[in-house]
Ligand binder design. Structure first.
Ligand SMILES: [Zn+2]
Length: 311
C-alpha cells in the first residue's frame, strides 16, 4: 500500500473504532449506565444529570430567570427537519433554519440543533428528571448550543455554558390525541428500525410546546450534564413547570420504535432514561416566587385580624 492508501485505511479504521465505541453503550445491564464511566470518565463526575427536582419550596427563587424568548419555532416553512432512529431514541435534527433560544437567564443566545425524547415501558416511568420523586412517561429535550461556539460539536465539551437543554414533561391525557404531535408521530412508521431517517416537513415545533413562543416563564434551573455518554458537564438545564398532554394511543407509538435494524425484531426502545444522579452541592433555582400573590394576601389578612383584635 502506498502512503495515501495507508493513511486512508488508517483513517477509516479510526472512524470505525470511534463509531463502535460511541454506539456500545446501552440502558440495559451490559454496558449500561453503571458502566458508562469505564469508557466515558465524565459520566463518573459530580455534576451529572438527570436529577430529582426537589420541592419548589426548597428551591431558591432567582429573579434573574426572566421568561424565555424562542424565535423561529412557529413556522415550519422557515426550517428543515430530519427525523431519525439512532437505536437509543427518536431524534429530530434542525438541518436548516434559524431557531434561537434566549432569555431565561441564559448567558447569551443559543441555537437549536435537535430535539429528542426519553420514555418508559409503561406510564409509571420514562422521564429522566423527576419532580419531587414523581416520574413522567415521556420527557422532551430540546438541545441548543451557545452561539459563540459556532456549532454543536464545538460547544458540547465546553465548561458549563456550552449547551442549554430545555426539558418538558408529558402527562397522559384522556382528552384525545394532542394534535400538535400528529405530524411527527405519523413519521414514526418510516423510522421504525435503527438507522432509518426521514424528512419531517410541515411540523411546527411551537405547536408541541405547552406555551406560545416567548411565554415560558415558570421553570426550574440547575447546572448539569449530557444524560448520555460522553456525559460532558456543559449543560444549563431548564425544566418547565407546564406539562404537555399526550394520549395513550400516541404514547404507544413511541414504544414501537426498535433499538435494532432487523425488521419486526420486537426489540423495542423503552426505558431509555438514565438513573437519577446525586445533586451534591448544586442548587436548583426556580424562576417564580411561590410566596407571591396568595402568600401576600394571607399576610395582609393576618395583619387585618391583628389590628381588629387590638381595637
Ligand atoms: Zn435527552
Amino acid at each position: 500500500m502506498d502512503g495515501f492508501l495507508c493513511a486512508a485505511a488508517l483513517a477509516s479504521l479510526v472512524v470505525t473504532v470511534i463509531e463502535a465505541g460511541g454506539s456500545s453503550w446501552t440502558y440495559g445491564e451490559t454496558n449500561g449506565p453503571a458502566e458508562w464511566q469505564t469508557s466515558y470518565p465524565n459520566c463518573g463526575l459530580t455534576r451529572q444529570s438527570p436529577i430529582n427536582l426537589p420541592d419548589p419550596q426548597e428551591m431558591d427563587f432567582d429573579s434573574s430567570l426572566k421568561p424565555f424568548k424562542l424565535s423561529g419555532f412557529l413556522n415550519p416553512q422557515e426550517y428543515k427537519l430530519k427525523i431519525f432512529n439512532n437505536g437509543h431514541t427518536v431524534q429530530v435534527n434542525v438541518e436548516e433554519g434559524n431557531l434561537m433560544v434566549e432569555g431565561g437567564g441564559l448567558p447569551g443566545r443559543y441555537k437549536t440543533a435537535q430535539f429528542h425524547f426519553h420514555w418508559g415501558r409503561d406510564d409509571s416511568q420514562g422521564s429522566e428528571h423527576r419532580l419531587q420523586d414523581r416520574g413522567f412517561p415521556l420527557e422532551l429535550h430540546i438541545v441548543n448550543y451557545n452561539e459563540k461556539y459556532g456549532n454543536l460539536s464545538n460547544a458540547v465539551a465546553r465548561e458549563r455554558d456550552g449547551l442549554a437543554v430545555l426539558g418538558f414533561f408529558f402527562v397522559v391525557s384522556d382528552k384525545g390525541d394532542n394534535s400538535g404531535l400528529t405530524t411527527m408521530l405519523n413519521k414514526f412508521n418510516d423510522i421504525k428500525s435503527k438507522g432509518s431517517m426521514a424528512e419531517l416537513s410541515g411540523f411546527s415545533i411551537d405547536s408541541m410546546l405547552p406555551f406560545a413562543s416567548g411565554n415560558g416563564a415558570r421553570f426550574y434551573r440547575y447546572s448539569g450534564s449530557l444524560t448520555t455518554p460522553p456525559c460532558y458537564e456543559s449543560v444549563i438545564w431548564t425544566l418547565f413547570e407546564n406539562t404537555i398532554p399526550i394520549s395513550a394511543k400516541q404514547m404507544a407509538m413511541f414504544r414501537k420504535l426498535q433499538e435494532d435494524a432487523t425488521p419486526n425484531s420486537g426489540h423495542v426502545i423503552v426505558d431509555n432514561f438514565r438513573p437519577l444522579q446525586a445533586l451534591g452541592r448544586r442548587q436548583v433555582a426556580r424562576s417564580f416566587d411561590v410566596n407571591s400573590a396568595s402568600g401576600q394576601h394571607l399576610s395582609l389578612l393576618a395583619l387585618f385580624l391583628v389590628i381588629l383584635c387590638y381595637i
